[in-house]
Design a protein around this ligand. Structure first.
Ligand code: FUB
Ligand code: ZN
Length: 656
């Protein structure tokens, strides 16, 4: 039954993300990343899946005693990579990639059991153990990634080959899990289980939309709503395994409450803070937003708003990274954002993009797209090398090659070719390949532009077809020119996001009817050739953390448009801890075509504490005075650090 969405909690809008097939990123910043993604990252990730046992696991080649072992979420790495391929094919046909995709699709089809079950780990180590540990074993998570890949594959090719596999598996899951008063063909009634690693919720919503099957939406809502209820499913299933009901296999404590690691410490509507494993958390919140939107569940949407605010106001790095602690890859407490020991997993920033973008389309409030954009340009992109084949898992905001922190957290001195736990590489590949769908939100009479990127959107509105083209060099330049082409004049609204940092923005070429919640609304009868020009003043800015963030006390970060900057040793020498930025130092921006693929750098003059000690004792660890000397500096976009070898790096700089 649909809930009542009227009243204070109701969303003001509900747009859909643009159909990826109808958005082309034409040139500029994201088009360049997409090109590298298609040509390097995606084939590379597939090769790595082949090389590192994912593919042979999916081929069900493992035998007891073999010198390799299947892993519980190997299938998800391939599924995410396939989704990336399918997204890429939606905008850039490529027969070689298409052939490769077809091969993996047939592997999934062949690995599927006659009852629809599909998980190469359990199929090889023993089907009798399947579904016995939803808390730890990722079966529903892998299923979710498969469903997402299947929908993207269907959209890319029109073939139902993978979609039918997904449907059979979803039916298998739907027959097994759900309200206990519903009959199950398996063993009487359904089990009230839900995943330890969320992801399937948002995937089921995609599957429901692609197939028109309402059971999948109901199952997604069930997984969301059952989470954290008593008696606790994870405790009950641990008892069935004759194991003590410890709250997690992954973390050694129960912080801040049993099952918080899995966001299952409370029913989701009662949760007020983002807790536990950050990727799981934001995938869950994205799924909650989807369910709220599809079912009109106002209380659920309200929980999404609360959790979003908790993250963004208290638990998010300036880079859009989340999950500050390596132990449990998780959120800790409000305002705890260590820089050198930051975890900020690439997948976590990606999951925040998923959550924030869904909220942006539901509410059309720039707060959401501002966060999605912050995460994309900084916390996500830092995970990928310019070359497209090296990856960061953790994304610290301060790095020193000799720091022992490196050994305690999953930080690396350089981006790595692959990881044993390789969730991030295929995740970033699928996000970059699908960026077009995040740029625009569409409704019957409205086109919202959430992100600025040189691109063209094709759309149908009223009885007309049309296109909206953005010409821009964003994020290095804030001028964006929109051109509308239409088969016949039509009245509709163009809603342009005004980022919170864009003081002094202007729009020329059209009357702005209204500016509400950070979107400028232009409603008029449009006709071919209409042009609108948006100017977002771009200048280097200083950013300061909330005074409760003790790690950033008396520190300043530099931003330019949506881009967060850092100082890197390669430009600024060693001992960046001795560098300070005077509060009144002029910050200059300069586009450098020759640097890091072309980017804007910020330059100026700071102060450096000279390392010399008083002449009488140069070895003194502590000394009565220090010397400060003016020193020029160059700051580069944080996401581009570590592309010229490994050297020190800092986002937050001392301010004097
Ligand atoms: O557990 C699956 C994935 O591996 C998670 O999303 C990542 O945080 C990593 O732990
Ligand atoms: Zn990851």
């Amino acid at each position: 039954m649909k809930n009542d969405m009227n009243g204070a909690n109701a969303p003001r809008f509900s747009l859909k993300p643009a159909d990826l097939r109808r958005v082309s990123l034409t040139d500029g910043f994201w088009a360049a990343w997409q090109k590298t993604n298609r040509e390097v990252t995606i084939p590379y990730v597939l090769d790595q899946c082949d090389k590192h046992d994912r593919t042979r696991s999916l081929r069900l080649e493992w035998k007891p005693g073999a010198d390799w072992e299947p892993h519980q979420f190997y299938d998800s790495d391939i599924a995410k990579a396939l989704e990336a391929v399918a997204f890429s094919l939606q905008t850039h046909p490529d027969p070689a990639l298409e052939a490769r995709l077809a091969e993996y699709v047939s592997l999934f089809a062949r690995a599927q059991q006659s009852d629809g079950y599909l998980n190469s780990y359990y199929t090889q180590i023993g089907l009798d153990k399947r579904w016995s540990n939803l808390r730890d074993m990722h079966e529903l998570y892998c299923a979710g990634h498969l469903f997402e890949a299947a929908v993207a594959h269907f959209d890319a090719t029109g073939s139902r080959d993978l979609l039918d596999v997904a449907v059979r598996y979803a039916d298998h899951i739907d027959a097994r899990f759900g309200p206990t008063d519903e009959p199950s063909p398996n063993d009487g009634t359904k089990a009230p289980g839900y995943p330890g690693h969320e992801e399937i919720e948002l995937a089921l919503i995609k599957l429901a939309r692609a197939t028109g099957e309402p059971r999948y939406e109901r199952l997604a809502a069930f997984f969301v709503n059952e989470r954290g209820s008593q008696p606790h499913y994870f405790t009950a299933e641990a008892e069935r395994r004759s194991e003590p009901p410890k709250s997690s296999r992954w973390v050694s404590d129960d912080f801040p409450a049993p099952y918080a690691y899995f966001q299952a410490h409370l029913p989701v509507r009662e949760q007020t803070a983002a807790e536990g494993h950050s990727v799981r958390a934001c995938y869950l919140y994205a799924g909650m937003a989807d369910v709220a939107r599809e079912t009109g569940d106002a209380a659920l949407l309200d929980a999404c708003r609360r959790l979003f605010e908790n993250i963004v106001d208290r638990r998010m790095y300036v880079t859009g990274g989340v999950g500050s602690h390596s132990h449990g890859e998780r959120f800790t407490v409000d305002y705890d954002l260590p820089n050198e020991a930051a975890y900020a997993e690439t997948c976590a920033a990606i999951s925040l993009v998923f959550f924030a973008s869904r909220m942006a389309n539901i509410e059309l409030d720039s707060r959401y797209a501002d966060v999605a954009e912050r995460a994309m340009y900084n916390g996500v992109l830092a995970g990928l090398s310019l070359s497209g084949d090296r990856f960061f898992y953790a994304n610290p905001l301060s790095f020193h090659p000799t720091s022992p922190v490196l050994h305690h957290v999953r930080s690396d001195a350089e981006r790595q070719p692959w990881y044993g736990c390789a969730c991030c590489p295929p995740n970033i590949a699928r996000l970059v390949a699908s960026l077009g769908s995040y740029v625009y939100g569409v409704a019957d009479d409205t086109i919202a532009v959430h992100l600025y990127a040189a691109s063209t959107l094709e759309f149908d509105i009223g009885g007309s077809t049309g296109s909206l083209t953005q010409k821009t060099a964003y994020p290095w330049d804030g001028e964006v020119e929109f051109t509308v082409e239409l088969s016949a004049p039509e009245t509709f609204t163009l809603a342009l996001r005004i980022p919170a940092w864009a003081d002094g923005w202007t729009i020329d070429g059209a009357d702005v009817r209204d500016v509400e919640k950070g979107y400028a609304y232009i409603t008029r009868r449009w006709q071919s050739g209409d042009r609108v020009r948006l100017s977002l003043p771009m200048a280097p800015r200083r950013a300061y953390a909330h005074p409760s963030v003790r790690q950033d006390g008396w520190k300043v970060a530099i931003e330019y448009g949506p881009v967060v900057y850092c100082l890197e040793g390669v430009d600024n020498g060693a001992d960046l801890a001795q560098f300070a930025l005077p509060a009144d130092a002029e910050l200059r921006s300069e586009f450098r075509a020759d640097l890091l693929g072309g980017c804007t750098v910020i330059t100026g003059t700071g102060l450096r504490r000279a390392p010399e000690a008083p002449a009488d004792d140069s070895r003194a660890l502590y000394r009565p005075s220090s010397r400060r000397t003016p020193t020029p500096f160059t700051a580069i976009p944080y996401a581009l650090w570590n592309n010229r070898g490994s050297s020190e790096m800092r986002v937050w700089l001392a301010e004097v």
